[in-house]
Design a binder for this molecule. Sequence first.
Ligand code: VG1
Ligand code: CO
Length: 542
Amino acid sequence: MTKIEAPVYKDQIPGTSGLRKKVKHFRQPGYLENFIQSIFNAIAPCTGKTLVIGGDGRYFNRQAIQVIIKMAVANNFKKLLIGQGGILSTPAASCVIRKYKADGGIILSASHNPGGPDQDFGVKYNTGSGAPAPEALTADIAKHTREIRHYNIVKIDDIDLDIIASCRRSNTQIDIISAVDDYARLMATLFDFTVIRSLLSGHSFKMCFDAMHAVTGDYARTIIEQQLGAPKGTVINAVPLPDFGGGHPDPNLVYARELVERMQAGSGISLGAASDGDGDRNMILGEGFYINPCDSLAVIAANAQLLPAFKSGLTGVARSMPTSRALDRVASALDIDCYETPTGWKYFGNLLDAGKIQICGEESFGTGANHVREKDGLWAVLCWLNILAVKGKTPEQVMRSHWKSYGRDYFTRHDYEGIDLDDAENMFNTLQEKLPALAGQTFGSHRVGQADNFSYVDPVDNSLSSNQGVRLLFENNARAVFRLSGTGTSGATLRIYFDRFEHAGGNLDLDPQAALNSLIECADEIAGINAFTGRSKPDVIT
Ligand code: VG1
Ligand code: CO
């Protein structure tokens, strides 16, 4: 074992979902190594522990895994479970950690961010429950990165990641396992595969799943085509590529354009779905019909009793704060608890572990449940398939009848990407200063009822997370929420979320941008987006 002196990097601070930087940044001498050793130092002692390792297959995935293996051996881990080819989708990694009772896992992914030599890479640590490291642990890892003196590594040949086999190096057993099998088996226990199979193999129902050249390719082919009998070719862009084919593996209306085009009205394709770089996000489309993730979450919760996994009902659900309150309406109809958490999956972990919730989600195309501790793209698609198969309806019919019973929460998110960090900070500071005086003021047709910066006290461990987004709550029950992204790697990304409720008897057929237009204008007036950033319109609207 060699101890190598570690240069200290001051920017190894995990964001919303792990440490994300450009590949070039990760390739600085000792950069990856220092962060990995800091994880190991934070969870020490490593002796006797089992670690899961896998990634989304993006550029630098394989090299990084070889480094992590050598460091894990040097740090005396008992066992490593590594996805074949270095691949594990984020939900599959969570599944494997739980199934084999590993002590934790390292997932290599920058999720929906592009990949390639000039693009993004990321590292995240999940705990023994399979959940993303909670805030206290990520803070401890960051502290170790500033105090690190050396890292441990062994000099051994690279391990063959492509063949399922076991080997031993020093005290460490290294198992290369199937990336797909455990996850696929778990899915089969959660859904009625028989009813989905008859839907997919019939002639009246066609679907298209866009893997966006990212990690879900193999998972979707195995489950949707091989096990559920959908015709070959149902999964498109199914081969994972290190640069995701040059695309942006983010399943939304802007970046999943190929799917959106295939799903135009008249296409005859009943269900369209896409997943992101690491397989934890999902977008659901009907024929010529977009389903907002907030609504998708609400539909899944409302129909949970149709899914074998939730036959005995739900006790609670949760959503991130900026996610629309469509879920809350379902929870109140079901008379179950509904929690509001900060953005990021790590905040759901305690609620899931404590059995307080079974289903949860975020507006950012993330939906999941208690079967793993990550959001799960393919799981959400299987939920829809199962619900559609039982109901014998199209996605649009299911969505419209949901709105007819619960009303509709119009929602949109506007992203301003790559803005100057100082501009973003100035805008936020000014907005923050204005907050105390905003209540009672009227902007256009909207009167501010409450204006604050969201903080969250975890109901399980009482930990406090503050500064989780500026909320403007209007008296007509509309909201505007402002956050800065914690996953970007260049400049700042400003996210502004808008939502308002339209009751079941109101106009349910508006275009969300039109339905929210006056709110959008009012938010700009209050925050001065254009004045501070110089931008007149968002880069991405979802
Ligand atoms: C974004 C989303 C957030 C999500 C996170 C990780 O974070 O808004 O809801 O949990 O990405 O998703 P931010 O800080 O950029 O807004 V993934 O699929 O990138 O792991
Ligand atoms: Co992701």
